[in-house]
Design a binder for this molecule. Structure first.
Ligand code: GCU
Length: 606
């Protein structure tokens, strides 16, 4: 039986639609009740609230109800003993990390309990109600009215639970415990060059769907035929003979599609004339799906992305990716970015820089920035947080990495702006690493063959001649784009050394330099030899773009990084003060000289 089940599952996954993650598609356009705002919190460094909560395992929490905060228990009689009370606890704003809302939590890594009371009236008796979290860092357990809804591991991807059977008419108590401790087997692992913001860092909301509803769909241009739109739809509660109505009014498409016994539809739509999505013309078509009482609409751009030798082809035409790397941090607000306003700030700066491309490092960012990229015509690289020295031999670690990738791929499968899935960043070559990443690549390809795969690799110096840099990571064979990070002029040599460097790229693939750059304190000026001056950083950018222009396969770059960002690895007093200073813009929004060097290069680059 088990073998049969495995075969069936693999077949299902090959259709590319099987909900790689247990998430309804496009809650973005569904009517929702936001749970953002003030939540009561109890800090719990000894996990007193969950008793046997094990921080290093993803198992269920077993506990004696007496001590478990998830019960949100109340004293009923003067003889009752209770050693916690959410009603009298302090509050934190959601979305937002706990680190940035109260100095006593700045460095806190541990468990935090959150409680939100809400009342909810179902629109239709038979509907199903979901509680959805757009992201929570890092290990989260969710309870509603004292009953466990489920748990989630991973700090940067959405998750949701069916709350139908536990929801009460009137007041409900939603209790969430989040632990942001770093783990050797985690994804990412214990060592990162970014701040470990903990908590409910993105939107939380409740929404409902009819018993018969559209649970997933992928409506994208057929990668081999730009005159055809490939359609895959999955439904819940529907079976043979039920119909899904699909319409794309601007393309005069209106179809009644019969689902199969599994409630699925796979078809294609011939299109004579359409405007393809691109940075110059970010055309989005309204797509409406209706199944019984359920109606969901989306705004979808249709485009193809491919590689041909060392060229990247967008809608069949060569494109140079004028990019920049971005962390999910609004430097002005000084916390995790989560909102559309944050997205407008970050992508507005990228646009001003002359970019047509952003690398959302080093983990999936929130859905707002991806939706805005669709609207603005900004191409996007999304990245799995397989960062540096991951526990390659650990099966749990692999499953965790695959699940986080599945969740972002499920959420963004209809986003035209997303052209690259990045498997990892700067991982040391080795047998275990290659095996781990090969699994991730084949998982990605089997779930989405319409986008390119890459990962930020490393370069090495030629043993005999230090002026020769070689990119020959064996993993380059498995990706579509050859991407690597290099810091000539900062970590290796001086800016003027760029001129002497010769690059040996051992593969005929498009080359994306996924990181280059150097640090500067905004407002600190001096000569081009003095570290941390804006002039020194500007010299790095000037010399880097000259050097990289000599690489024949050079197809794009995402220099490190748009804005200064918080990192515990950067303590240099008076200069870093807990910030990584490689930003082209400071945390106060001041543009450094290097911003204008890169802007001029991009504006003149064909
Ligand atoms: C690495 C890494 C980044 C890091 C950067 C730096 O390449 O990918 O996450 O911040 O270098 O050292 O600033």
């Amino acid at each position: 039986m088990r073998i049969l089940l495995t075969i069936v599952l693999q077949v299902a996954v090959l259709t590319g639609l099987l909900a790689q993650a247990d998430l309804n598609q496009n809650t973005w356009s569904r009517e929702k009740m936001s749970l953002n705002g003030k939540w009561k919190v109890i800090v719990d460094p000894y996990d007193n609230g969950s008793y046997s909560y094990r921080l290093d395992r993803f198992d269920e929490m077993s506990r004696s109800p007496r001590s478990a905060f998830y019960m949100d228990a109340k004293v009923k009689d003067k003889t009752d003993r209770l050693e916690y009370d959410f009603d009298t606890a302090e509050s934190l704003m959601v979305p937002g990390s706990w680190n940035m809302q109260n100095d006593k939590y700045y460095w806190y890594e541990g468990s935090m309990w959150y409680r939100r009371l809400f009342s909810y009236e179902k629109k239709e008796e038979g509907n199903r109600v979901f509680v959805r979290f757009e992201g929570a860092n890092y290990h989260t357990h969710v309870y509603l009215n004292g009953k466990k809804l489920g748990q989630h591991v991973g700090g940067f991807t959405p998750f949701e639970f069916d709350a139908t059977d536990v929801l009460r008419e009137g007041d409900n108590s939603l209790v969430v415990v989040i632990n942001n401790m770093r783990h050797r087997e985690g994804v990412p692992t214990v060592n990162t060059d970014w701040f470990n913001y903990g908590g409910l860092t993105r939107d939380v909301f409740v929404y409902e769907v009819p018993q018969k509803h559209i649970s997933d769909y992928k409506i994208q241009l057929n990668k081999d035929n730009p005159k055809e739109i490939a359609v895959e739809i999955a439904t819940e509660g529907m079976t043979t003979g039920d119909v899904v109505a699909l319409s794309i009014p601007e393309l005069r498409i209106k179809q009644s599609l019969k689902v199969d016994a599994q409630g699925k539809v796979t078809t294609s739509l011939k299109v004579k004339k359409m405007t393809y999505w691109s940075p110059q013309t970010p055309k989005l078509y309204t797509v409406v799906l209706q199944a019984g009482e359920d109606k969901v609409s989306d705004k979808i751009g249709f485009r193809t992305i491919a590689v041909d030798g060392s060229k990247i082809l967008l809608n069949g035409e060569q494109v140079f990716l004028k990019g920049i790397s971005i962390h999910e941090e609004n430097p002005i607000r000084g916390d995790r970015a989560f909102s559309m306003d944050d997205a407008r700030t970050m992508l507005g700066w990228a646009k001003e820089l002359g970019c047509n491309f952003v690398r959302l490092a080093h983990y999936p960012h929130n859905e707002n920035i991806v939706r805005l990229a669709d609207e603005m015509g900004m191409l996007v690289w999304e990245e799995n947080p397989v960062y540096w020295t991951i526990a390659w031999d650990n099966e749990e670690t692999y499953k965790n990495a695959e699940n986080q990738l599945a969740e972002v791929m499920t959420r963004d499968k209809n986003r035209a702006s997303v052209i690259i899935w990045s498997m990892a960043n700067e991982t040391p070559p080795g047998e275990a690493r290659d095996a781990f990443l090969k699994r991730l690549v084949s998982f990605t390809r089997s779930n989405d063959d319409t986008r390119l795969i890459s990962m930020a690799m490393e370069k090495r110096k030629d043993k005999k001649n230090k002026k020769i840099m070689i990119v020959d990571d064996p993993f380059a064979e498995y990706v579509d784009l050859l991407s690597f990070n290099e810091y000539i002029g900062w970590y290796t040599g001086k800016p003027e050394d760029c001129d002497k460097i010769q690059w040996k790229i051992m593969y005929d693939k498009p080359v994306i330099v996924s990181e280059f750059g150097g640090g500067a304190l905004a407002g600190f000026h001096g000569d081009e030899q003095t570290q941390w001056t804006e002039e020194f950083q500007a010299a790095i950018y000037r010399e880097q773009v000259k050097m990289l222009s000599k690489i024949p396969q050079w197809a794009g770059a995402t220099p490190w990084i748009l804005t200064d960002f918080r990192s515990p690895r950067r303590p240099l007093g008076g200069i870093q003060d807990g910030y990584n200073r490689k930003g082209l813009i400071s945390e106060t929004g001041d543009k450094k000289k290097a911003f204008f060097i890169l802007q001029s290069f991009y504006n003149n680059k064909k």
